[in-house]
Every structure is written in C-alpha cells, then in structure tokens.
Design a protein around this ligand. Structure first.
Ligand code: GCB
Length: 594
C-alpha cells in the first residue's frame, strides 16, 4: 500500500474537517444500520483528533466501545475512469468503514493505515456518504493488550500501559485517485561505498504493480535540485549515484525516485514519487554505525500527545516539537509506544532526525507496576491472556509497520515491543518467532525490543534475539528513590554486566517525574533540581561504558495517563511540560548534547 499523493498521474483530497459523531454505548449501531442513512443524534467532531477531550463530557472522555463517524464528500468530476481509493492513515484501535450502504473495509490496529478500492461504489461528480465505526476496546487479542472488566458500575477498560487510551480518527483520511494500471508498492534499499574519489551510492528498488499487463517500469532518480542523477528500467533495478550526497543524522538530504509505469509508446501511465535518503545502517560489535561512522543517539522517548487533540496529528505542533528537539541538541527519537503519523517520519527524513520505530506492543507485562497502571491478577503468557492469537496480531502489527515505514531513511532500528515480560520461558517462546517476522520483513535493518528493569542482565531471555540492547532503567526514581549515590552504584553494576553481551546498548528510558516550579536545595524527588541531578548521575554512568551508544530521556514532554495514585495530572517525566515549556532539565540536556 502506498500513501496517497498528488503528482502528474494521481490526485488526493483530504477528508479532514468536521464529521458527524456519536458514541454507541449500547452497541446498537451495526444492527440498526447507522451507516445506511444520516447519522442521527450526532454532534460535530474534528478529524484528525482524539475525540476524548473535545466535548467536555466525561462519558465521551472515558468512553469504551464503538463510536461512529460520518461525512459526505464530493467525488471530483474529473475522476471518471480512475481507480478511486478511500484511505485512512489510522483509526484507533479498529474500524469498519461503509461507503453508502456497502461495507468496504475493516482494520485491526490503531496506528497503521488501511484503504479500500471504492471505484465501483462511487460516481465522479456525485456525493458519497462515508461512515466509520471506530472501536477503542483492548483485549488479549489486540496490540496493545487490555481487558474490559465487568464491574458493579459497568464495564471498565483496563490496560497495562502508562498513557491515556486516546481514540478516534487521529490522522488524515484521504479520497484519492490513481490510474487503473498503477504502481502498488515500492521498496528501496540503499548502499554506500566510501571510495577515494568521494562516496558512491546505490539505490536498489523493487516495484509491485497492479493491472499493468503490457506496461513497463522505469525508475528515474533526481537530486534535491531536480537534476537527473540516473535511471533504470524494469520492476527491479539499481541506480548508481556517483559523488552521492548521503542522508546523515543532521543532514536530511533526499533524492527523488520517480517510479513510472510506461506504455509501449513511452507515455507515462502512472507515477509515484518516493523520497530516498542514501545511507547505510549496521551493527558491528558494540557500535551502531550510520554510513560507516559510529552514531550516538541523543534524544527522547516521545508520545503523540497534546492538550485538546490528544493523539491527533497536527503539523504546527509537529514543527514545534522538532524545533525543540533541534534546540536541545537531540539527534533522534523513539516512537514510543506505537507507530507515529507518517507526517512525523517524513519530517524526520527531511530534517535528519534518526528514529527508532516501535510497534504498539506495549503492556505485555502483567507483573509491571503491581497493578498500578492496570489490573492485577493476570499471568502474562497463558492460554487465556497473551497467547498464540495475540502473537499473530503482533506479527501482523510488525509487518504493517515495516511495510509502511521501510523506505524512511530516518528509521534505523525496529523496536518490536516495549517492556514485555521477558524473563520467562513463555516470553522466549512468544518472542523468538516475532524476531523472525521482523527479519523477514526487513533483512536490512537491526531489530530489538525494549527491556524492562524486572528482567535484568542474566534473567532476560529475549535479548539473545536482539541486535541492539534497549534498556529502560529508573535507578534513582523507582528504585533507590532520592538516593542517587546508591542508584549510581547499582546502575553501574547492571550496565557492566550488559556490556559483556558485546552488543550496542541504547538506554531507551531514564527519567524522573518533576513538577515544574517545585524547587529544593536538597536532593528531593519531584523537584526540578532532582531531575537535573538524576540525569547527571545517569550520564556519569553512561560515559563509563563504550557500549552505551545512546541516551533517550523519558520523556520529551509531560503526557496524559490513566488515573492513578502514581500520576499527578499525567506523567510528569517530561523535560518539557505538556504545553512545551522547558523545565530546568532542558537546559542541562542542551549543555550536554550541544
Ligand atoms: C516505563 C514505560 C513508560 C512509562 C515509564 C514511567 O518504563 O516504558 O511507558 O511511562 O516507564 O514513567 O513509568
């Protein structure tokens, strides 16, 4: 599946804006065929946005179940004879879509795109009714997992991850047109040879087409100024780029690879433009190499989270967040804990920000938090909880993530899960096949998962499968709280043990909750001074170990969570507040990273 785009053979029109919306507490909408006509008793809802915080209505904020979105759209008159596609960049966590009265697609998973060919159902120049039923419920058959428990006050959604279960249509919905004979997919792999006369690049591509009998494929590469660089014919090929300008951290240089479908007369029937960053990624010993040079990750685990819009994508806020990343000297981010909007990845590509790309497999750990983040009394891996069916859904989530993001030069490492239970036999059995899935989907990039403190070195049974060790550690916060000296000793000892694995280590989370404006001359948790001292302690530990090739503070900004006694107005480990004002720690990090 390719993201819709405008070019000489394709058009797209955004369906963002105000849709009709209503919750369906009784779950009656499907049986009553709410898609078959105008959505009754509806209010207006913004797309893209989470619906939770926009209506000042608790029953919507904490709604669990199906909600309905509907709008009409004019199909452009010029689209006669074209293949017309309805494309959702995401619907959290699953959706069924109707065009008129016809069900056209269902999709599981809240953070990857899906689409339907609706050519047969629409008439160019006429209006069409689009209805989407979006379900936010999590179960043991979803990624992330959750459970809806029956309680005396009704069913309640519980889950094991530490961020609010925002839901809705978070990203753009497109109506798009392509030629009937079309480019269906493109995969690009690049190479670099550091010769004595300057670097030479290779751009290898594979193209899938549909309805294209009798047509040929041509690939044309141009540089950022539009100058021709090279071309190749055939559905697979390699273009050599002499004196290449590599894509590198901090230098988001992109070439344009135009994939053309050409008829025997040489006319272009379909075209797709794929941005290409020529670079290489490699793990060698304890080093993480980008373009053959050791790379040290500085930056954050982030969230798609803003006041009002929740997990809705917004370009202005994207630019603001990346402005702050640049200001503070961050060269990278992790898409904790789900695939982010494709606009984020495009922006990272263009701005040379390196990305660790994560699936939504978070909270596969029922022992974590002692029930603080969710429900107690479950075993993580069992027939009734995380089981073979969950693993199938997880495998599909990995495949969809790689399929969507494989061509982004910013993506250098796949994270297939965050903090799963990883110290048990069940964990080993669960994860081994998933590492095969990610390697099969992308043999070119390293892959790993994010290890939790409860599965330290010597106990973790999953890190054996990972190319890179990603560790989340809270020495000085969740353990040795307020005692940074003891924390430093313990952390250093654990890290020393991990370095024996001979793999690169990225500390993917370290952080301390901090109330902005709270100060102390002593070593007092929750103060701005403590956050700074905590980070400095961590940095002393990292700097003693060459195998530590990355430091991602948790979190970039404060973010919304579910209610709990551990959270005061959400998670406060942000270096910036939720409205992006710096805490003292931001200046300390800026000094270190710049
Ligand atoms: C973690 C999780 C993250 C939490 C964080 C915390 O280990 O990966 O999702 O928000 O800890 O602040 O407790």
């Amino acid at each position: 599946m390719l993201r819709p785009q405008d070019n000489r053979t394709r058009e797209r029109t955004s369906l963002n804006g105000l849709w009709s919306f209503r919750t369906d507490p009784a779950g009656a909408g499907r049986a009553q065929r709410w898609f078959a006509g105008r959505l009754r008793e509806a209010v207006e809802m913004a797309v893209p946005a989470s619906y939770n915080d926009l209506l000042a209505d608790e029953s919507v904020t904490h709604f669990s179940g199906e909600v309905w979105y509907q709008r009409t759209a004019w199909v452009p008159r010029g689209w006669d004879g074209r293949r017309i596609v309805l494309h959702f960049e995401s619907a959290t966590h699953r959706a069924t879509v109707w065009v008129g009265e016809t069900e056209v697609v269902s999709h599981e998973g809240g953070y990857t795109p899906f689409e339907a060919d609706i050519t047969a159902l629409v008439e160019p120049g006429e209006q069409v009714r689009i209805t989407a039923c979006v379900d936010n419920r999590l179960s043991f058959a979803t990624i992330p997992p959750g459970v809806v428990e029956d309680t005396p006050t009704g069913p309640k959604q519980r889950y094991w991850h530490d961020f609010f279960n925002y839901a809705g249509l978070h990203r753009t919905v497109w109506l798009s047109a392509t030629p009937v004979a079309h480019v269906d997919d493109v995969t690009v792999v690049t190479g670099l040879d550091h010769g004595t006369d300057g670097p030479t690049g290779t751009v290898s591509y594979t193209v899938d087409t549909a309805g294209a009998d009798g047509l040929g494929v041509r690939a044309v590469l141009t540089d950022a100024d539009g100058a021709a660089v090279g071309s190749a014919d055939g559905a697979e090929g390699t273009i050599v780029v002499a004196d290449v300008h590599p894509w590198a951290p901090g230098d988001g240089y992109l070439y344009d690879l135009e994939i053309q479908l050409v008829d025997p007369a040489g006319d272009v029937v379909d075209s797709y433009h794929q941005p290409v960053g020529v670079h290489t990624v490699e793990v060698r010993g304890t080093q993480f190499l980008i373009n053959g040079a050791p790379f040290h990750f500085t930056g954050f685990g982030m969230h798609e989270d803003h006041p009002g819009i929740g997990k809705g994508h917004n370009d202005a806020l994207l630019v603001q967040d990346f402005g702050l990343l640049r200001w503070i000297g961050a060269n990278s981010l992790r898409t904790s804990h789900y695939p982010y909007s494709e606009d984020v990845l495009d922006h990272a590509d263009r701005n040379g920000i390196v990305v660790i790309d994560e699936t939504a497999a978070v909270g596969l750990n029922m022992g974590l938090g002692g029930g603080i983040f969710g429900s107690q009394g479950y075993r993580t891996y069992s027939e009734d909880t995380i089981n073979d069916a969950t693993r199938e859904v997880h495998a599909q989530a990995i495949r969809e993530l790689v399929a969507r993001d494989k061509n982004h030069p910013s993506v250098v490492l796949w994270s297939i899960a965050n903090e799963p239970e990883s110290d048990t036999e069940g964990a080993e059995r669960y994860f081994e096949p998933l590492f095969r899935v990610v390697k099969e989907a992308d043999p070119t990039r390293p892959a790993g998962f994010v290890n939790v403190m409860l599965a330290p070195h010597g106990k973790c049974r999953v890190s054996q499968f990972a190319d890179v060790l990603m560790l989340n550690r809270y020495y000085g916060w969740y353990v040795h709280t307020g005692d940074l000296e003891a924390a430093e000793l313990a952390w250093d000892a654990e890290l020393t043990a991990w370095t024996g694995e001979g793999k690169p280590i990225i500390v993917t989370e370290y952080g301390a909750d901090t109330l902005p404006g709270m100060h102390s001359v002593g070593s007092e948790p929750w103060t701005e001074e403590y956050q700074v001292a905590y980070l400095e302690m961590n940095h002393r530990v990292f700097d003693r170990h060459d195998a530590v090739v990355g430091e991602h503070v948790w979190n970039f900004a404060d973010f919304a969570t579910t209610a709990g006694i551990m959270r005061v107005g959400g998670n406060k480990k942000g270096v910036f507040t939720r409205d992006r004002r710096p805490k003292n720690a931001a200046f300390a990090l800026r000094r270190r990273w710049r």
